[in-house]
Write a protein that binds this ligand. Sequence first.
Ligand SMILES: [Zn+2]
Length: 246
Amino acid sequence: MSEGAQQDLFGSTVFDDESSTAAAPSKEIVYQRNARARSYRLTLRKDGTAVATIPNRGSQRGAEKFVAQHQSWLERERIRQAKRPRAAEIWVIGTHVLWRGEMTEIRIATTGERPQVCLASDVFRVPGFDGDLRATLEAHFARHGKIELPARTWELAALTGVDVKMVSVRNQRTRWGSCSVNGTISLNWRLVQTPDLVRDYIIYHELMHLREMNHSERFWARVEEVYPNWREAEKWLKRNGSLLGL
Ligand SMILES: [Zn+2]
């Protein structure tokens, strides 16, 4: 996962050092000193901000030179980012949204006193058919996530024999999952929108972090062992993660 843009979607809270604060979109370069960095680094955040890291012994001037040298990479990366698929901002009848791994049309299920819409075979109550349905539907998705994701996690924990203490489902804006040394796994409710393949991968990924709290070769070997499909899931995430704002 070390392609140019450097987005680790799965960093555990324990060793994750990437700040998740959202900055305003900007074409400017933000220079950040990082005592632990060993070299100059340029990354493009999802919000469009380019961040230049100044290592311990580096200087502002050195960083500016580094940025100048990597200008064409940055431009390419910006183009690549602009091309990523995005979800519709406003959801109305007829909008296609990602649901259980498929772009699915929001359709009217029943009218009258209890207006409902359906997405494939799932039916959801809505206040009405006018206006933006996004908040209502996302709340339904989150509810599904809170029920389904812990159930699946306990299942896979039992299969792999990993000792999980707690599973929490959260509204994480910047990651799919995380875990902590005390045995808690946190998952993003949006995983109910992804294919089962991806959902299971994220769960296995976090389970294996409870054995190996890093992204070392040993960690990936463990993932490979329990979930050989992980590369396919990674590919899906890379291509479609932006549909879910990640
Ligand atoms: Zn990880």
